[in-house]
Design a protein around this ligand. Structure first.
Ligand SMILES: C[C@H](O)[C@H](O)[C@H]1CNC2=NC(N)=NC(=O)C2=N1
Length: 101
C-alpha cells in the first residue's frame, strides 16, 4: 500500500499515545534526557539499529546528556506518515530501557 501523508488532525491524534512528541505539521520530534553523555550516546546507537531494521531514518542530535530526534518521510516530499509514527513508537519503547526521561 502507498505511503500517504497524515493530516494534522491524524498526527495530533497519534501523538496522544506518544507523550513528549510534538509536531510542527511537517515532522514529529522529541528530546530525551539521560544521566550522562555515555548513556545518551548508547541511545543513539540503539536508534540507529532500529532505523536500519525499519529502513526509516530520523535526524538525531547528540548533546551532552540529551538526544533529539526529528523525523518525516522523504519519499512523500517531507511530510509525516505512519512510518514516522511507527519509528517513534519503537524509539519510545527503547528509550525506557536507557533510563530516558
Ligand atoms: C531506499 C530506502 O528505502 C529509502 O531511501 C528510505 C530510507 N530511509 C528513509 N527515511 C526517511 N525518513 N524517509 C524516507 O523516505 C526514507 N527512505
Amino acid at each position: 500500500m502507498a505511503v500517504e501523508p497524515l493530516s494534522q488532525q491524524d498526527i495530533e491524534q497519534r501523538l496522544q499515545e506518544l507523550p513528549g512528541w510534538t509536531t510542527d505539521g511537517v515532522r514529529i520530534s522529541r528530546t530525551y534526557r539521560f544521566d550522562g553523555h555515555f548513556q545518551a550516546a548508547a541511545m543513539v546507537i540503539h536508534i540507529a539499529q532500529i532505523q536500519e531494521e525499519l529502513d526509516h531514518h530520523s535526524d538525531v542530535t547528540l548533546g551532552y546528556n540529551t538526544v533529539s530526534v526529528s523525523v518525516n518521510t522523504h519519499s512523500v516530499g517531507g511530510k509525516v506518515t505512519g512510518l514516522d509514527v511507527g519509528l517513534a513508537r519503537r524509539i519510545e519503547a527503547a528509550a525506557a530501557g536507557h533510563g530516558a526521561r
